[in-house]
Design a protein around this ligand. Structure first.
Ligand code: SF4
Ligand code: SF4
Length: 152
């Protein structure tokens, strides 16, 4: 088994155990650690999420972006998006086509909700998305530190 796979398995086991024992405190701990991380983290020095993963584009996101770019919804979808295994629209390629060289987002005010909410460690029930959070430890250094602190 690869090191990454081993680590994911260990994270999962520990987080599921904590979820069973004291879910409320763990969710609160996620939120507190999230606030601490993002008080000092400058995402413009990272942008790893925009470089390596795709947000989900809901219809409302697609409509808003297509309108902003003065494109037809169909043309926008055809040019930038594909359906993933869960039948959600995601970017055809990465890094994100809307990421500028200086790591800013060229469609910032119109970006998908999933970009606004990433990395989701400030949601009320983070334990509801354990698998996604574990996946994000490999994308987002802040999430990796948060999870490490929680399971230590
Ligand atoms: S990967 Fe995490 S730290 Fe890096 S830009 Fe994205 S949210 Fe910020
Ligand atoms: S739309 Fe903007 S915030 Fe979202 S992944 Fe692309 S560059 Fe990043």
């Amino acid at each position: 088994m690869s090191q990454a796979k081993k680590k994911r398995k260990e994270y999962r086991k520990k987080l599921l155990h904590l979820k069973k024992k004291r879910p409320k405190q763990i969710n609160e701990q996620f939120n507190t650690l999230h606030d601490g991380e993002f008080e000092t983290m400058d995402c413009l020095n990272c942008a790893n999420c925009c470089k390596t993963t795709s947000p989900i584009f809901r219809n409302v996101d697609i409509n808003r972006l297509a309108k902003h770019l003065r494109m037809k919804v169909g043309s926008f979808t055809e040019k930038y998006l594909k359906l993933d295994e869960d039948n959600d629209y995601v970017l055809k390629s990465s890094p994100c086509t809307f990421l500028n060289e200086d790591n800013t987002c060229s469609v910032y005010d119109y970006r998908p909700l999933a970009c606004r909410e990433y990395p989701h460690t400030d949601r009320k029930n983070v334990l509801q998305i354990i698998d996604l959070t574990i996946k994000n430890t490999e994308v987002c250094p802040a999430v990796a530190r948060i999870v490490d602190k929680i399971i230590q």
